[in-house]
Write a protein that binds this ligand. Structure first.
Ligand code: FES
Length: 564
């Protein structure tokens, strides 16, 4: 039986389908729609403007442009709201609500009458949430990102959120920038609509969405305020209508091969550690798993080619002007699966067969002359992280890659805040800062894994130390930071057993992070651990019951797809 199209899709259950259709059409007409439009196929537009999401300030303009494209292609656009997650406006962290937005997106795609959907997101957790929801709903879908911010200026220097937010804050903590200047900088970091201006999580996820084939080719890096962003929106609307005809579903676009392509892109852009979690969650919705061993193999074979902050010098607007994803994918071509299909129905081979207009080699290096011959991220394992951890070698200090130090332990965020700047803190530059209890169960996995350098060391000129936690760090951050330690300390991971003065060894060459304490002693210490109290009601109770660890993308156990 062919599925009904347009507003006839998924009629409300009144026990009388003709009445349900009559009532729906009547109420649709109350929105001023002509009867000619009521019979058209419908493209839903998942929109996410919010007074708490600066990155999505231009979403209403994008909705207009998508609608224009849908109408021009002969279908009916219907915008609908979903949860919106503005990274810095959420407590305890937007990560807790990513799965809520994914559920909202999936359910509203499934429950409302639409034949295809355009998903408009941008800020860190919104694109993964939309891709997760779309993968599970499995209706033809196109991801449209809001695009990155343009840079600001301060005393002749270009500034962009949020790598420069962190470097200025570090200078302020070290005393080389005073209160007056930091106040001035506050107004010069985020000067337009759009997502963070560097290769942080939002930009990485935009590139990944395109590498997966879920966004239109060439659209990941177009600045938020560029006219081409509106053109991309209009074209996404048109393409969504074409997608109804072709009936290409996310499950045909997001495949094991396209996920591997996305990991290649993640490595080559020096992308965010968070993207490892998000990509695992998106792929996991379709039963696709990428092991840490495979991730490391991909990383070891894939050069870093894109010179953007926080790893390099440029900003997303430079990446776009340099040729963007089209140029990057052409350089990576020998490593990519070329028979993957994108939302236009073309294979990657067909896309990359088209000649390239221009490449700025300062921003996008040739495959044979990379910034680094190996990828930006590695998965670690060892006695401190039996199920794995992530290390962003591209943003770390090479001198610390093979190091062993004394643990200086903080038992949680409150302990960290209370003691990190204590002048009497027993800490030296060769120590390893350890932060426990910021994993998914304990704290929702906030971006607190980028522990600040203790003030007394920062003031003495120390810029980096090895830091270890079960939390995350912002994609815009940098340093020798071991993240996503699994299992997390709150559910009995060995991280909970670390005590002040224990020795910890990091070896990036061996891809290991080890606690140099006898196994029996680790077990003895863990035997006394008490799990944190569980929330009793609402979404937070559901979250604690169902959230998985970082290697499973921190998705909910009941939302993951069956492994093939
Ligand atoms: Fe939205 Fe950085 S705060 S992308």
């Amino acid at each position: 039986m062919t599925r009904p199209q347009g507003l006839d899709n998924g009629l409300t259950d009144y026990g009388d389908a003709d009445f349900a259709r009559f009532l729906r059409r009547s109420f649709a007409r109350s929105m001023g729609l002509s009867t000619a439009l009521l019979g058209k196929p419908v493209v839903g537009i998942a929109m996410t403007p919010s007074g708490f999401n600066n990155c999505h300030r231009y979403v209403p303009d994008l909705v207009d442009a998508v609608s224009r494209g849908v109408l021009a292609a002969g279908a009916l656009p219907r915008a609908f709201p979903t949860v919106s997650l503005g990274e810095v406006f959420l407590n305890p962290t937007s990560m807790v609500y990513r799965n809520l937005m994914a559920m909202d997106t999936e359910e509203m795609i499934g429950a409302q009458p639409m034949d295809a959907v355009v998903l408009i997101g941008g800020c860190d957790k919104t694109v993964p949430a939309q891709l997760m929801g779309a993968a599970s709903a499995d209706l033809p879908a196109i991801q449209l990102v809001t695009g990155p911010m343009s840079t600001g200026r301060h005393r002749g220097e270009r500034l962009g959120a949020c790598t420069d937010c962190r470097s200025f804050w570090a200078k302020y903590r070290a005393g080389s920038v005073d209160g007056k200047e930091i106040d001035t900088v506050e107004g010069r970091l985020s000067v337009t609509a759009g997502t963070c201006a560097v290769m942080g999580t939002a930009s990485t996820m935009a590139c990944i969405a395109e590498a997966l084939g879920m966004s239109l080719p060439g659209t990941a890096a177009i600045p938020a305020v560029h006219a081409d962003r509106l053109v991309a929106a209009e074209e996404s609307g048109r393409a969504a209508v074409a997608l109804i005809e072709r009936s290409i579903r996310p499950s045909e676009v997001i495949t094991e091969k396209s996920v591997e392509n996305a990991f290649r892109v993640l490595m080559s852009v020096g992308g965010s550690t968070n993207a490892v979690i998000h990509l695992a969650a998106v792929a996991g919705r379709l039963g696709i798993r990428v092991s840490n061993a495979r991730l490391n193999a991909i990383s070891d074979e894939t050069p870093v080619l894109v010179d953007l902050k926080p790893v390099g010098d440029g900003y997303m607007e430079d990446f776009h002007a340099a040729g963007g994803m089209g140029a990057l994918l052409r350089e990576l071509k020998p490593l990519l699966h070329l028979d993957t299909v994108d939302v236009t129905g073309r294979t990657l081979a067909e896309r990359l067969a088209e000649p390239l207009d221009w490449v700025d080699r300062r921003m996008i290096r040739p495959y044979g002359d990379p910034i680094s011959p190996v990828g930006g991220l590695v998965a670690l394992a060892g006695t401190l992280a039996p199920d794995g951890a992530i290390f962003k070698r591209a943003a770390a200090t090479p001198a610390l890659f093979e190091s062993e130090g004394r643990a200086v332990v903080f038992t949680g965020l409150a302990d960290l805040a209370a003691r990190i700047d204590d002048p009497d803190l027993d800490v030296t530059p060769g120590d390893v800062l350890v932060l426990q209890n910021i994993g998914p169960h304990a704290a929702g996995m906030p971006e607190a894994g980028y522990l600040p350098i203790p003030r007394k060391l920062a003031q003495a000129g120390i810029k980096d130390m090895v830091r270890v936690s079960d939390g995350r760090m912002s994609g815009t951050a940098f340093g020798s930071v071991v993240l996503h330690v699994a299992p997390e300390s709150a559910i009995g991971g060995p991280l909970a057993a670390v005590r002040n003065g224990d020795r910890i060894r990091l070896s990036v060459s061996k891809k290991r992070i080890d606690l140099l304490v006898e196994e029996a002693e680790i077990r003895r210490r863990l035997a006394g651990s008490v799990p944190p109290p569980k929330p009793k009601r609402g979404y937070k109770a559901l979250y604690r019951r169902a959230v998985l660890q970082a290697p499973e993308g921190c998705d909910f156990d009941f939302l993951r797809g069956e492994e093939a």
